[in-house]
Design a protein around this ligand. Structure first.
Ligand code: MTE
Length: 326
């Protein structure tokens, strides 16, 4: 992964949220569903890009299930302007700058492999049965910076159950949209990534209650730079597992290939569990910079095993050598 020295985002680079939202006329996925029902017509989900308001259940702060943290939220401006989305470029500011006109409608997701209900589903089909809820998660990038993000979404387990995976389905692979005309990073002659971006989870990881299909953050629909219209959030793993703008979900018997592991297996493993005891070959993973940072406030904190979600997920890896399966 390309690593750059962390820089705080200069305020001149930050578009006020109001100006940002004005540029977009968006109809929210769940919000519009209720509005459309009132109007007696089909919900028109994802008909443009932008940040329509969502209807969702607020996170239960007493839950003790890992769905909530009272750590300070990373401001909306940082979450939406300091991004890794190599399809738009390798600089942290490229996605927000270049994804502005990226339209996410129409959108469909193809369900393939070891399931009894394969097929191509529209975004509306995918989202319709799921009530949205808030989750406040830590996001720890392998590059040693982190954020706290209030996501809106629904459990991946609920989506998977609808397609009825069979007993051969031991892994699930996710694929991001491939469209070099709209995703300039995919057309770049300098890119070393074998597009499209792919990621994978073991079935029990995919079914864990923490694993989220996110459609929004800060109560609004995802902006393209954060992976609209739908992405994964796997909070105990390095951020690269949280694949954006998903168009394909494939259930497999064998462990699928994943983008960063294919590119540099010594540096990026399939599991990619946050682990301060296993350094990246080129840098330490013992600490992280919690955004926003500045010259005067480097905001350096200790990294926790499984990003602090041991209680929820450590049992998934019992008996595994995590130095070997990094
Ligand atoms: N998904 C795709 N398709 N392409 C990417 O480049 N980057 C990953 C992940 N998902 C990436 C992706 C990395 S390295 C991180 S840290 C997170 O997205 C960043 O998510 P954010 O930009 O919403 O904070």
């Amino acid at each position: 992964m390309l690593i750059k020295a962390d820089q705080s985002i200069p305020s001149s680079e930050i578009t006020p949220q109001s100006a940002y939202l004005n540029r977009r006329r968006f109809i929210g996925a769940a919000g519009i569903a209720s509005a459309a029902m009132l109007a007696g017509c089909e919900p028109a989900v994802g008909s443009a890009t932008g940040a329509g308001k969502l209807d969702y259940r607020k996170v239960d702060k007493q839950g003790g299930d890992g769905f909530y943290t009272d750590e300070s939220l990373t401001p909306f401006e940082d979450v939406t302007r300091y991004n890794n989305f190599y399809e738009f470029g390798t600089d942290k500011s490229d996605p927000a700058r270049l994804a502005d006109s990226f339209a996410v409608a129409p959108w469909s997701v193809s369900i393939e492999g070891e399931v009894s209900k394969p097929g191509t589903y529209t975004l509306e089909d995918i989202l319709k049965p799921h009530a949205l809820e808030e989750r406040i998660y830590r996001l720890r990038c392998v590059e040693a910076w982190s954020m706290v993000v209030p996501w809106v979404g629904f459990p991946l387990a609920d989506l998977i159950a609808r397609f009825e995976p069979n007993s051969k389905a031991r892994f699930v692979q996710f694929t991001t949209l491939y469209d070099p005309k709209r995703l300039p990073g995919q057309a770049s002659p300098f890119s070393t990534i074998d597009w499209p971006y792919v990621e994978g989870l073991r079935m029990d990881e995919a079914m864990n209650p923490l694993t989220l299909v996110a459609v929004g953050l800060y109560g609004k629909e995802l902006l393209p730079q954060n992976g609209a219209p739908l992405r994964l959030v796997v909070p105990w793993k390095y951020g690269f597992k949280s694949i954006k703008s998903i168009v394909k979900i494939r259930f497999t018997e064998r462990q699928p290939g994943t983008t960063w592991e294919k590119l540099s297996p010594r540096e990026y493993g399939f599991y990619a569990n946050v682990n301060p005891a296993v350094d990246h070959p080129r840098w330490s993973q013992k600490h992280e910079r919690r955004l926003p940072t500045s010259l005067w406030n480097p905001s350096r904190i200790e990294t926790r095993p499984f990003n602090g979600y041991q209680e929820q997920v450590a049992h998934l890896y019992q008996g595994m050598d995590l130095q070997r399966y990094y």
